[in-house]
Design a protein. Structure first.
Lengths: 294, 386, 530
């Protein structure tokens, strides 16, 4: 019973990672650093709150959230691709921009500096927090399928082949008539919408939007992307591992044995350790982060 | 993510002064992006102000009045600019070495915390100058250690510092939060007791007109530090080697430079700069460490370095600009939410980052043309194609 | 300047016609009124020195660049010329124009078949039809003689195989006009002969081929007609049958030149100095992260007053050998001695102080910090000798720069200019001046590709300096992909293949033919050490 509860909790925590991780794979395989995942998630969460509060429908919330994520990704892509801006600086700026915008509009729309009113979610009042609640949430299914689908897209479709090519050697792709920029725009916008869905899930699951509610989850998803060596299957496993560790953290927090601050650190320390352990052996997409690329 | 993100923001000026012919161009290169950024920020600001149903002109007037319009406002701007100078220098030093230190937040907090601990540990009788010096060294060491960790991870394992520094922010803040809340906080607060010794004189104590503002003599330490960083980067051998690593790690390695060593030392030094900024709050203002005092200043350091083009004196100017915005946000809070300023600051970073490559491109080609005109002057045909 | 019209150019026989092409990049003029006319079914050589504008002209033809002025015409299937000026790559590919780039345009982690079909994938439903892709690659291989496994990863291929994939890519897209940019730079002589066979097969099939090269023997070997470019202009058009290498060379350079191949074989029966070697390699091995033993058991010594040349097809371990001697790569086994001292554990800087100078093969990546001034670049690696206390001695650095600039005629003569702003030849002079100039105390020189991508004048100058270093009693290890250069300078010549030195010959026993055989790893002659 405890094991099942643990599993349900892990899954619940893993969904946003899986969605953002899918976005991370898409963006980085196309050659753009996924530092903006954090911003997409936060933007998506805010969009979900706005859409769901305005219409009462979580589906509309999800759509609005995805649109927000897509727009942010487009902004990132334009400055990185059209203006060849540095991706790290731009990424940091976009994350800060989203924090600022969500705070501003939180004040403007809901006259609060910390959180939105209660947001309707997918669950029913009686569905609790176990597997039933998970099963009736369509975003859980989307999250579980996201990396599987991305794996298929990258590995099997012509679009995926082109994404891999522009992330590794954009000049080569261009020389055979592949439109490098268009491919990258598509990949990045898709990445933004996927990661935003991760934020949507958070807002709908917690039934509100709170200031900076993503709390570094986008960065952890990025670390999972790297830890999984940009391979969708491995990234999915990395996301589940991180979620498992976080579940453990929450269980520990209940016991009061270890100070809560130490427990809070677990995912971040884990991320650092994972990166230090894996990066030396992992080969990133060759054109990742290159400013002058095509 | 192992891709080195070298040459982040601009071409570094050479150690032996910039190329003679391109002076005007490099001035343009320095001024154009911030000007563009400011214009974009103003447009975005207008939109935000209008969505809140206020008049942009009134808001901007209030912003100026509340900052440069009176001595208190000026003092607050100077106080904020002091911290931002440190975090801006920290980011710039990293970028010069081809590294992104996004951990300024945690380093600043760690520096402030250690300064407070040392101040608490020393008897009240310690001579002020000695105490302040020891606290400052402690602050630098605190930030330096936090910076050295990602530096070591990068040099030893190739773990990209962008993610490790961000993650360390969370870790350090949680750790400090635990120490303060569990061990040494003053009841009903999130801060430590006041330090016994090591306080830095407030500006108001010398010039009463600044009464009430937090500005203090750490300001002079910041200016001196900017000078020292400039000297270090452009006049010393270590600086020469650090910039070479930042521009072209392979060439630096060829030139006998220990690239890994330079990288971790640069991040440690960068962390130390950010950490030193902690004395502005701890020694100069509140005389205790308080949770959250560093919030925002670390990330704003990136904006400051970017707009200041990683040049120490540009950073001082940029720090004043962002301090004005930040203080101005509080001044206009009655009309529009101060969160507007968070947005504007992000817009400035984004706009500068976007404008710089385009400007750099045009500058590079004009440098080529200077070279060509010099060739023609000397009637040369030697050398040819690449 | 306009090329003379093609004699007997019957309508319908012209496949490509470029006229008055102008193309500038910022301040650089790459083409100034260049022209080209190629008959259908011929192998046409486009020759000229580095920077003459050949590649730019061909990139315009293949749609990668749009010209600033001029017209591009290409014949369609029915033989009529169509104005296609300013088209893009995709349109060029559709019209049957394919380009094989000097730097391969291949995506290493993808398979051969994926690389070939990229951008034009056969589909089954939403998916790429892998089986169809691999089948069409196999079919094309069989027809053209370009043998390569369709399911292999490109990263695992040899350079020669990678080039075959490049040509297959063009053929898969139905190329009738094939442009090859310096295709032989990376090939061994037998691979070059195979390539010529492939090109002749394609010509027999009605294909038209433009071959960019600056190697005159190739031109004479395989081409039917020749267009010569110089300084962005077309300066001559010749029929291969009725011309000579000397005539082509004169057109390329604009004056008579001593062709490297003609250089009197200076079989100076110089008695080599009997003194102890300054550079000694004993059983040197290097492992790379990706492949074990990139340098495999290399033993070689270089005596004072001697130039030892290392010939070989690029990628056979020469780069790693030079880097391990310089201290840039970890030695996996063996010994390195510089001037009698064990150098294996010394750092790059300590090796420099022990008397090692190093002209690296890639000046843009290794040899220069492009955004540093000429003066700063002239002390790179020596900065600890220009330091007092913690600070650099700015005045002495500029002074040192002025002397080197005068000594090596670096132009423009401005020590404060960024190295980026210099031409390739002058950039290389900065590197040479730093490593060999007055004030640099060295006894061993590693010269890797010392004249790559520099113009003829600078080549003569650099060769002269290398000979002078030898005459002053330095030990010089020269690594060059240019056989003619190795032959012209070396006292002894070693050939590297597969990470090993397969032979070391005295100059008098070496010729293009003998070296060429060893470069392919042919073990016809037993390895021997001279």
């Amino acid at each position: 019973m405890i094991a099942l509860a643990f599993l349900a909790q892990t899954l619940r925590i893993a969904i946003p990672y899986l969605l953002a991780g899918a976005g991370g794979v898409m963006s980085e395989r196309a050659g753009l650093i996924g530092l903006t995942l954090e911003g997409y998630m936060l933007g998506g969460a805010f969009g979900a709150a706005v859409g769901a509060l305005a219409t009462g429908s979580p589906v509309v919330g999800a759509v609005v959230g995805m649109i927000f994520g897509g727009l942010l990704a487009l902004l990132y892509a334009v400055s990185a691709l059209k203006f060849k801006a540095n991706q790290v600086v731009t990424g940091v700026a976009i994350n800060l921009l989203v924090v600022g915008l969500t705070r501003f509009f939180l004040r403007l729309l809901y006259d609060s500096s910390s959180n939105s009113p209660r947001v309707p979610g997918f669950g029913r009042a009686d569905s609790g927090s176990g597997f039933t609640a998970l099963a009736i949430n369509p975003l859980v299914w989307v999250g579980l399928l996201a990396l599987v689908v991305i794996g298929w897209v990258l590995g099997r479709t012509a679009f995926g082949l082109r994404v891999r090519a522009v992330g590794e050697h954009p000049e080569a792709a261009a020389s055979v008539g592949v439109n490098v920029d268009r491919t990258r725009y598509a990949a990045v916008v898709l990445s933004g919408m996927l990661a935003a869905l991760g934020g949507v899930y958070l807002a709908l699951d917690q039934h509100q939007f709170t200031d900076q509610m993503t709390a570094g989850r986008g960065f952890i998803a990025l670390a999972a992307t790297i830890f999984g060596r940009w391979e969708p299957k491995r990234v999915a496993i990395a996301c589940l591992l991180f979620a498992g560790a976080e579940t453990l953290q929450i269980q520990l927090q209940g016991t009061q044995v270890i100070p809560s601050q130490f427990v809070e650190m677990i995912p971040y320390v884990l991320t650092i350790v994972a990166l230090a352990g894996v990066v030396g052996r992992a080969v990133p997409p060759a054109a990742l982060g290159r400013e002058e690329s095509a | 993510m192992t891709t080195p993100v070298a040459e982040v923001v601009n071409a570094a000026p050479p150690g032996v002064q910039p190329e003679a012919g391109a002076r005007g161009a490099s001035l343009m290169e320095a001024l154009l992006p911030p000007v563009v950024a400011l214009l974009v920020a103003i447009v975005v600001g207008d939109v935000l102000i209008l969505t809140f149903g206020q008049s942009p002109a009134a808001v901007y007037r209030l912003l100026l009045d509340g900052t440069w319009g009176n001595a208190y406002g000026i003092g607050q701007v100077l106080y904020k600019a002091t911290t931002l100078t440190f975090t801006g220098l920290a980011v710039a030093l990293g970028i010069r070495a081809g590294l992104f230190n996004i951990g300024g937040e945690g380093q600043l907090a760690a520096g402030g915390f250690l300064a407070a601990m040392i101040g608490l540990a020393m008897p009240a009788a310690t001579p002020a100058i000695v105490a302040a010096l020891l606290c400052t060294i402690g602050a630098a060491a605190g930030g330096g250690v936090v910076g050295a960790v990602p530096g070591y991870l990068r040099a030893r394992f190739g773990a990209h510092e962008v993610i490790t520094t961000i993650m360390l922010n969370f870790v350090v803040l949680a750790l400090l939060g635990w120490i303060v809340s569990a061990k040494i906080h003053v009841p009903e607060s999130l801060h430590t007791p006041e330090i016994h010794s090591g306080g830095v004189t407030r500006l108001a104590d010398i010039m009463p007109i600044f009464h009430g503002s937090a500005a203090n003599l750490t300001l002079l330490v910041a200016l001196a530090t900017a000078g020292a960083v400039s000297w270090y980067l452009f006049r010393t051998r270590r600086g020469f080697e650090l910039r070479a690593v930042g521009l072209q790690p392979d060439a630096a390695e060829y030139g006998g430079i220990d690239v890994g060593g330079v990288r971790w030392r640069a991040l440690a030094l960068s962390g130390a700069l950010a950490g030193t900024g902690g004395i502005n709050f701890v020694l100069g203002y509140k005389h205790y460490y308080e949770e959250g005092f560093a919030t925002g200043a670390g990330f704003l350091g990136i904006a400051v370095a970017l707009v200041g083009r990683n040049s120490p004196f540009g950073i001082v100017i940029a720090a004043l600009l962002f301090a004005t915005l930040s203080q101005g946000g509080l001044a206009v809070n009655a009309l529009v939410p101060k969160q507007m300023v968070d947005v504007l600051q992000a817009v400035v970073i984004l706009a500068v980052a976007t404008a710089v490559p385009a400007v750099r491109q045009s500058i590079r080609s004009s440098a080529k043309s200077v070279a060509r005109s010099l060739m023609q002057k000397t009637g040369a045909a030697g050398g040819g194609s690449r | 300047m306009k090329a003379p019209p093609l004699p007997n150019a019957a309508p319908g026989s012209v496949a490509i016609r470029l006229q008055g092409i102008v193309k500038t990049f910022g301040e650089t003029v790459a083409n100034r009124g260049a022209a080209l006319e190629v008959k259908r079914g011929e192998i046409h050589a486009l020759v000229g020195e580095n920077g003459a504008g050949k590649s730019t002209l061909m990139r315009i033809l293949s749609g990668m660049y749009a010209p600033d002025a001029g017209t591009v015409e290409v014949a369609s299937g029915d033989g009529r010329l169509h104005d296609v000026t300013g088209w893009n790559t995709a349109a060029a590919i559709d019209a049957g124009v394919g380009m094989v780039h000097q730097h391969f345009m291949l995506v290493p982690p993808l398979t051969v078949a994926e690389n070939v079909v990229l951008g034009r994938e056969p589909k089954r439903g939403l998916q790429v039809d892998r089986r169809a892709a691999e089948k069409s690659v196999a079919d094309l291989s069989a027809r053209s003689g370009l043998v390569v496994s369709p399911s292999a990863k490109v990263a695992d291929l040899s350079v020669g195989e990678a080039q075959r994939v490049e040509i297959l890519k063009a053929l898969y897209r139905g190329a009738k006009i094939l442009i090859l940019d310096e295709p032989t730079a990376v090939l061994s002589p037998p691979e070059v002969r195979q390539l010529w066979d492939v090109l002749r097969t394609l010509r027999a099939d009605g294909g038209t081929i433009v071959l960019i090269t600056h190697k005159l023997d190739e031109v004479m070997d395989v081409s039917d007609a020749i267009t010569v470019m110089r300084g962005g202009e077309t300066v001559a058009r010749l029929e291969t049958r009725s011309t000579t290498p000397r005539e082509i060379a004169r057109a390329m350079v604009g004056r008579d030149v001593a062709l490297a191949l003609d250089v009197e074989r200076s079989d100076r029966a110089r008695s080599l100095p009997d003194r102890a070697p300054l550079l000694e390699l004993r059983n040197v091995c290097v492992d790379s992260p990706r492949r074990a033993r990139v340098v495999d058991d290399v033993s070689l010594s270089v005596a004072p007053g001697e130039i030892v040349g290392i010939a070989g097809v690029e990628g056979n371990g020469q780069t790693e050998l030079v880097e391990v001697i310089a201290g840039l790569t970890t030695l996996s086994g063996g010994e390195i001695r510089i001037a009698g001292h064990d150098a294996a554990r010394l750092t790059v800087r300590e090796r420099g102080d022990a008397g090692l100078s190093h002209v690296p093969e890639d000046r843009h990546r290794r040899g220069l910090v492009l955004d540093y001034s000429v003066a700063d670049n002239l002390i790179l690696g020596q900065q600890h000798h220009f330091t007092r206390g913690a600070t650099l001695e700015a005045a002495r650095i500029v002074d040192h720069a002025r002397q080197r600039i005068a000594e090596f005629d670096i132009r423009p003569a401005n020590p404060l200019l960024a190295a980026r702003a210099l031409s390739g030849g002058n950039q290389q002079k900065v590197v040479i001046a730093r490593e060999m100039g007055g004030g640099r105390d060295f006894n061993v020189l590693l010269a890797a590709q010392p004249t790559r991508g520099v113009d003829v004048g600078a080549i003569e100058f650099i060769h002269d300096r290398l000979r002078r270093a030898r005459d002053e009693g330095k030990a010089v290890l020269l690594v060059s992909a240019d056989l003619a250069e190795v032959l012209a300078l070396s006292d002894r010549i070693a050939v590297m293949y597969g990470g090993k030195l397969v032979v070391v010959l005295p100059r008098c026993e070496a010729s293009i033919e003998t070296l060429g055989r060893y470069m392919t790893g042919a073990t016809g002659a037993p390895a021997r050490v001279a």
